[in-house]
Design a protein. Structure first.
Ligand code: ADP
Ligand code: ZN
Length: 630
């Protein structure tokens, strides 16, 4: 078999995506690889395909049990013998798995890093040849990454224990140069092929909102996404519970997920979400790594996360099936304070580091937080910023982010910018600092108690921008933050200070152009614009009928629906309307094994639909198709 035929036969795909083929070829020629690809790009295929072609097993190291279970389920459904070893496995199942590996039945063995150096595991690798060790989420190796896991360092020792050094293939979604160096060095990669594919996820729409009432903003988002699956990330367990309860009371099928719940409750929530029983999961960042659910249509961040790395990874769980999806961040400056607190109290995880190194780690965390704040204050292309952050050049207009979609007008805002900056300067002269809300209050000449107490009415900048709308003023402050004229401190009030860059503007040596919203679009108009995601262009009724078939099969097989076929596969069926086995095999995502197992059921549904096409709408025999989506 060739890589191409494995891809087609087992996974049902016709073409490799960007980077996959090169990585696979290198692995098959016995070389190490380091693959850096965004979430959803298809990293797993890069080791799963060669695993089928090599002599000996492939050990896949993965950080989370849910990740392993999910992957194993996907592989088994595709007809690939895979298994996992982790601490939740009962003793009997554990030894049964070991036996299966020994007898040569298993091609891919997933293991938690803690397992690798156990006697049972090491003796296993004495009796079967390990052809490849694939390291998933490889950034976990580096203390400079956003997700350091000391247990990952055991991989190195494990490699040294093996009788023959296997091919080592490392994969991660995000890696700065330092993290990449660490991965290469710590794993001892030998002249690896290092491949970075584009980070852009074109089907994702990026949006930042700065709502005064977050919950109301969330409700608006959920309303325009009714019937679709989504994740709502909250910064704390308490908030997760609170938001989830409110949503349930408001009639949404929501589940909660955080580390404070019992393992059982977490599994239940996760299963309900994977099986589409719950449309929304409200969770802390404990949820998601390894959640492969392909039809997540939106990811809302109820709070600002700690870094762009974390954000891109979490938000990237939307739209894995390539369908249009949206990623919305609801920002409030209070989030800065919470994140600062989290950074300052994160030392327990870094106990093994020296004082010096710990300080360094913390400084890096703060730098990342600052970038995140910049993102939240952007008023020009969000995608441009994201891609730039990950070291990629991108056009300054993408047409599919909140900023590009906003109706704006570019104006020369040099004078108001000078007024804003000099107000920060004047406040500073009094030995004080203020946050953006107070700053806007001063500039607008507001008559508040706090303002009076601080004596700010006597500032020369008091009321200087009273004629500018509040929305425009807030926008301008955001722009000055995002362009680095102002910097937010990470303390309690997210106070603002001038940066050296501000001097040129204050002295009139530099002008400032700003794209400001043309007029205050009414909320309903805004919603309508955002709701207009690109059309799928397929027969919705047929799609729902196929979903219904899939649900029945999923219930029969005890697997999540998307493991049977992804939404993208069903939509491909809708547009190509296969009528026999051969045509069915041409559908993206239909491999031989799945064709044999499920092809018939879908062909029957398609045929039934075609036969009823002449009859009036609503008389389709499989009936409640459209209800299945609710
Ligand atoms: P990652 O681990 O990089 O986040 P996955 O390996 O989970 O991404 O792949 C994301 C999705 O893309 C999966 O549903 C996978 O089946 C699909 N996929 C991967 N490679 C291809 C391909 N060559 N053609 C079509 N779909 C693919
Ligand atoms: Zn854009």
């Amino acid at each position: 078999m060739t890589p191409q035929s494995v891809l087609k036969e087992f996974f049902g795909y016709d073409r490799f995506r960007d980077g996959q083929e090169e990585l696979i070829r290198q692995i098959l020629s016995g070389g190490d690889v380091l693959g850096i690809m965004p979430t959803g790009a298809g990293k797993s295929i890069c080791y799963q395909v060669p695993a089928m072609l090599m002599t000996g097993i492939t050990v896949v190291v993965s950080p989370l049990i849910s990740l392993m279970q999910d992957q194993v389920a996907v592989l088994r459904e595709a007809g690939i013998p895979a298994a996992c070893l982790h601490s939740n496995l009962g003793q009997e199942a554990y030894f049964r798995t070991l036996d299966a590996v020994r007898s040569g039945e298993i091609r891919l063995l997933y293991a938690a890093p803690e397992r690798l150096l156990t006697d049972a595991f090491l003796s296993l690798t004495d009796s079967v040849a390990v052809a490849m060790v694939a390291v998933d989420e490889a950034h976990c190796l580096s203390q400079w990454g956003q997700d350091f896991r000391p247990s990952y360092l055991q991989i190195t020792e494990f490699l040294a224990e093996l009788p023959r050094r296997p091919v080592v293939a490392a994969f991660t979604a995000t890696a700065t140069q330092t993290v990449r160096d660490d991965i290469r060095h710590l794993l001892g990669l030998r002249q690896p092929l290092e491949l970075v594919t584009g980070f852009d996820r074109k089907n994702l729409r990026w949006i930042v909102e700065r709502p005064s009432k977050r919950y109301d903003a969330l409700l608006r988002i959920l309303k325009r996404n009714r019937g679709k699956s989504g994740i709502v990330y909250c910064i704390s367990r308490r908030l997760t519970d609170e938001v989830c309860s409110k949503l349930c009371a408001d009639g949404f099928r929501a589940e909660r997920y955080h580390a404070g719940l019992s393992a059982e409750a977490r599994t239940r929530a996760q299963e309900a979400f994977l099986h589409d029983d719950a449309e929304i999961i409200v969770a802390t960042n404990a949820f998601g790594m390894g959640i492969d659910k392909s039809n997540v249509s939106f990811v809302v961040h109820y709070n600002m996360p700690k870094s762009m790395e974390a954000y891109y990874q979490e938000a990237g769980r939307a739209g894995r099936d390539g369908m249009p999806a949206e990623c919305i961040l609801l920002y409030s400056p209070q989030d800065i304070r919470t994140n600062t607190f989290l950074i300052e109290n994160s030392d327990s995880e870094n106990e093994m580091l020296s004082e010096e190194a710990r300080k360094n780690v913390r400084q890096k965390d703060f730098d990342r937080l600052h970038k995140m704040v910049q993102y939240c204050n952007l008023t020009d292309c969000l995608r441009h910023f994201i891609l730039g952050y990950f070291g990629e050049k991108a056009p300054t207009y993408c047409g599919n982010c909140g900023c590009c979609l906003a109706e704006t007008e570019t104006v020369d805002a040099t004078v108001p910018a000078q007024k804003i900056l000099s107000c920060v300067y004047r406040v500073g002269q009094r030995g004080r600092h203020c946050g953006s809300k107070m700053l806007c209050d001063i500039l607008q000449g507001k008559d508040t108690k706090q303002l009076k107490e601080a004596g700010y009415q006597t500032l020369s900048t008091y009321g200087l921008l009273a004629d500018v709308s509040r929305m425009h003023l807030e926008h301008m402050v955001s722009i000055l933050i995002s362009r680095g004229y102002l910097i937010t401190d990470t303390g309690q009030y997210a106070t603002l200070s001038l940066t050296p860059k501000a001097n040129a503007v204050l002295r009139g040596q530099e002008t400032v152009q700003m794209a400001l919203p043309q007029r205050d679009l009414k909320q309903t108009q805004r919603e309508r614009r955002l709701a207009a995601l690109p059309d799928y262009g397929v027969d919705e009724e047929l799609f729902q009928a196929l979903r219904h078939v899939r649900e029945k099969l999923a219930a029969r097989e005890f697997v999540p629906a998307y493991i049977i076929f992804s939404d993208a596969t069903l939509r491909d069926m809708c547009s190509k309307r296969p009528s026999n086995e051969e045509e069915m095999l041409a559908i993206s995502g239909v491999g031989k094994y799945k064709m044999d197992k499920y092809g018939e059921a879908f062909l029957a549904a398609l045929e039934e639909y075609a036969a009823s096409a002449g009859s009036p709408r609503g008389h389709f025999p499989s009936g409640n198709g459209s209800q299945a989506a609710q």
